[in-house]
Design a protein around this ligand. Structure first.
Ligand code: SAM
Length: 219
């Protein structure tokens, strides 16, 4: 899979490339390109944004800047999935993540300040995604959230410390939440691990976990 991220702050992604899950698949299952709008802007002095028409505070990412950035990378072959990260997009859910993880390539557009000129969302992007009903200062964290969620679905991304099969929102748990997990010590300050988990009876443990998952997922 190839993921291209257009951003004004490519170095913000550095730490991610050194950690699992990304580090585990970078160069094999995943090709990641971090692309700076400033490198291809047709405007002078690296300008990428401008004041909003109609007045008001802030700066808006220009449509010609983003078009030039896309053209510089893709030429005349438009990418299939171009996702504008914006609070007004459809919510990022595990279902969306699973669907994106089956793609051969996705392109993420992030903005800063006042956000995108609406023509970017309407004409240059194929869709818009929000990571939640709150406003962050830039699209880098949303891009990283999406990247992490998608990349951990790729083969070999997860280590043995983590299961990508039975976890919250997985088919294995009928899309519900994961059951509670415990580890040593079995007793701490009078807080005990449920007896069933210490019983060694795998059938009962499985039943208990399914039931706990169902209880947590209700409502
Ligand atoms: C300060 S925000 C712009 C907010 C915009 N003026 C509004 O009121 O909706 C700057 C950029 O951060 C990113 N961003 C902020 N919150 C986001 C969210 N919840 N989901 C996805 N992207 C977000 C987007 O790229 C956005 O254009």
């Amino acid at each position: 899979m190839r993921i291209d991220v257009f951003t004004l702050v490519p170095h913000a992604f550095a730490w991610m490339t050194e950690q699992r899950p990304l580090a585990a698949v970078l160069g094999t299952e995943l090709e990641l390109r971090l692309l700076n709008y400033r490198d291809s802007t047709p405007l002078r002095a690296g300008q990428v944004d401008d004041e909003p028409y109609g007045g008001g505070a802030g700066m808006v990412l220009r449509v010609d800047t983003v078009a030039a950035a896309l053209d510089a990378v893709y030429g005349s072959v438009s990418p299939q999935r171009v996702i504008a990260l914006t609070p007004g997009g459809r919510p990022l859910t595990q279902e969306v993540v699973e669907e994106l993880a089956t793609e051969e390539a996705i392109t993420l557009l992030s903005a800063r300040f006042e956000g995108f000129d609406e023509r970017i969302v309407e004409h240059l992007a194929t869709e818009a995604i929000s990571i939640g009903p709150y406003v962050l200062s830039g699209g880098e964290l949303p891009a990283m959230v999406l990247l992490d969620a998608v990349v951990r679905r790729l083969p070999g991304a997860l280590g043995s410390e983590e299961s990508g099969l039975v976890e919250s929102f997985s088919d294995e748990l009928d899309g519900g939440l994961e059951y509670p997990q415990y580890t040593r010590p079995a007793e701490f300050r009078g807080w005990n691990v449920p007896d069933v988990l210490l019983s060694g009876d795998h059938r009962r443990i499985e039943e208990w976990r399914r039931e706990q998952s169902r209880l947590r997922s209700v409502g």
